[in-house]
Design a protein around this ligand. Structure first.
Ligand SMILES: [Ca+2]
Ligand SMILES: [Ca+2]
Length: 187
């Protein structure tokens, strides 16, 4: 098994177009157990943490990390969406190293659209990876990250559903989940 490394560091906020913050602890200034849920699968090192020095500003950022062997680490938060008229904005830095066409890492930021019972309807996934072989579909929109260093992103969710996720009925979207997602595939 080749050594593989996946790292994702980011800080972000999500807000409505009217500016009211939907996320709890979206700036990571409190412990990650406030607002955020860590899940993982597979083998190797998998973690999520926060620190002040991932980005040179003075406050905290969060990051997920996955090292070696197939599996993933994920730090997510689901919020009730009053409507799909939402704008997500966040800053992110993506890193990875190593891998082959059959055994590869991917650093991701996922935005999942869920119905009222929490079932997944679709996803927008920002991906930084050399070898990832995922493909977009009517319910999965892959956004290729070409500038992995600290970059600000905004996502107009209403427009995203309309233009890039034709398989998702916007009227059924009742919850939005955002997640830092570090993934390692093994062929
Ligand atoms: Ca912060
Ligand atoms: Ca900082």
């Amino acid at each position: 098994m080749k050594k593989e490394l996946t790292v994702l560091i980011l800080l972000f906020v999500v807000s409505t177009i009217h500016g009211s913050e939907l996320l709890t602890n979206g700036d990571f200034e409190q412990a990650l157990t406030t607002g955020w849920t860590f899940t993982d699968s597979g083998y190797g090192t998998k973690l999520a943490d926060r620190a002040v020095d991932y980005h040179p500003d003075l406050d905290y950022e969060a990051h997920t990390y996955k090292y070696d062997n197939p599996g993933w680490a994920r730090l997510g938060q689901t919020v009730d969406a009053p409507s799909t008229s939402l704008e997500l904005s966040f800053w992110a830095k993506f890193e990875h190293s190593g891998g082959t066409s059959t055994c590869w890492p991917a650093s991701c930021f996922s935005v999942c659209y869920r119905d009222g019972s929490g079932s997944l309807l679709g996803e927008t996934r920002y991906v930084y990876s050399t070898y990832a072989n995922w493909t977009s579909s009517s319910t999965l929109h892959l956004v290729t990250v070409s500038a992995p260093g600290w970059t600000g992103y905004t996502l107009d969710i209403e427009q995203e559903l309309d233009q890039n996720l034709p398989g998702v009925d916007p009227d059924r979207v009742a919850k939005v989940e955002v997640a830092l997602f570090s993934f390692t595939n093994s062929g």
